[in-house]
Ligand binder design. Structure first.
Ligand SMILES: Nc1ncnc2c1ncn2[C@@H]1O[C@H](COP(=O)(O)OP(=O)(O)OP(=O)(O)O)[C@@H](O)[C@H]1O
Ligand SMILES: [Mg+2]
Length: 328
């Protein structure tokens, strides 16, 4: 649905986007990640024909962004970083206005306005002035204007930025429900959101592509698969975790056992292994020692750890993460 080849945007002094290439299949939700200034917004503006590339190409549904911008715009809905709302207009009037610009008219236009108001949960503020809406509602009206012409592709630039945790959940559910009908590219700083919402991830850093893969592949590629998490419990309620740790360390192929946490008699260990390690041996050892094996699973790296590893940036992720979790 989207094909990007060597896409580059150069400003006077900076190369904001540097020869990035990726493809997005129809019906997918793709997370577009990168630290501040990585080039996410610039890429999205090129895909939506708001900014001409310096070199390289991008096509949406087979149409070139430089040569056939009208065809591209028909098929694309865009929610910019700041929703393009006119503060003095009422919600329904504004959506009607946008719909008309996108080529809708008559009863079809009215139907679409009603539909997107329902879909984006803004029907109760149809007659309210946009400037007086809360941030969450404004963001939802922004989504409504992006889908008014039922585009094949949705480009959403940080759709949940600045929302409270409840609104983040609602917006995330809304975006998920839009997938299938639409191919979606969304940029965000909230990494758990990507893990929950997206199948595919594109990570850029300083204008360059550093990874494009499924969330699952990224995690196993990052080396997480070599460790397993084991949860062990004592049968009669008490368990000396150091005894368990020693027993696990003796197993063939185990290089290190790290005691992670304990709560309510549930002890979790991370077992790092080398070649020759057999998970069945581990399970047997636990059970034969008279303990319960509650869980045994690969210790996948979180997307956040992978992101930091690939971009080497901590500062730009931290603060927004905190806001996203509602700890602010
Ligand atoms: N109009 C412009 N003129 C000059 N440089 C620009 C312009 N717009 C963006 N840049 C530069 O291009 C780079 C990429 O910016 P961009 O806004 O695409 O990043 P981003 O990944 O969206 O960041 P953020 O997470 O902060 O939104 C930055 O170094 C930025 O300063
Ligand atoms: Mg941006």
């Amino acid at each position: 649905m989207i094909k990007v080849k060597d896409l580059t945007k150069r400003y006077a002094r900076t190369i904001a986007v540097d020869q990035i290439s990726f493809e997005v299949e129809k019906g997918q939700i793709v997370g577009f990640l990168g630290p501040n200034g990585a080039g996410k917004t610039t890429t999205m503006r090129m895909l939506t024909c708001f900014l001409p590339p310096t070199s390289g190409s991008a096509t949406v549904a087979g149409f070139d962004v430089l040569e056939q911008p009208l065809e591209v715009k028909k098929r694309i809905g865009y929610l910019p970083e700041t929703p393009p709302l006119y503060p003095e207009m009422e919600t329904a009037d504004y959506l009607t206005f946008v719909g008309r610009i996108k080529g809708l008219s008559g009863s079809e236009l009215n139907k679409r306005v009603d539909f997107v108001c329902e879909r984006c949960a803004v029907a109760d503020v149809k007659k309210r002035i946009l400037g007086k809406l809360s941030k969450g509602y404004r963001q939802r009206v922004g989504l409504a204007q992006a889908i008014i012409h039922n585009p094949d592709v949705l480009i959403l630039d940080e759709p949940t930025a600045g929302l409270d945790p409840k609104q983040i959940n609602e917006t995330r559910d809304l975006i998920k429900s839009l997938a299938g009908d639409h191919t979606i590219v969304l940029s965000t700083h909230i990494l758990p959101e990507v893990e929950q919402t997206c199948q595919q991830v594109i990570i850029i850093n300083r204008g360059k592509l550093v990874a494009t893969d499924s969330v699952q592949n990224l995690q196993s590629r990052a080396g997480g698969a070599e460790s397993v998490l084991v949860e062990v419990a004592g049968r009669n309620g008490n368990l000396d975790w150091s005894v368990v740790q020693k027993r696990l360390e003796q197993l063939r192929g185990v290089s290190r056992v790290h005691y992670k946490t304990s709560h309510a008699n549930r002890n979790i260990f991370e077992v790092e292994s080398q070649k020759g390690f057999v998970r069945g041996d581990l399970a047997r050892a636990v059970v034969e020692a008279g303990w319960d094996l509650n869980e045994l699973r690969p210790a996948a790296m979180s997307l956040e750890e992978i992101f930091l590893q690939l971009t080497g940036s901590e500062a730009s992720v931290g603060p927004r993460e905190v806001v996203a979790k509602g700890a602010d």
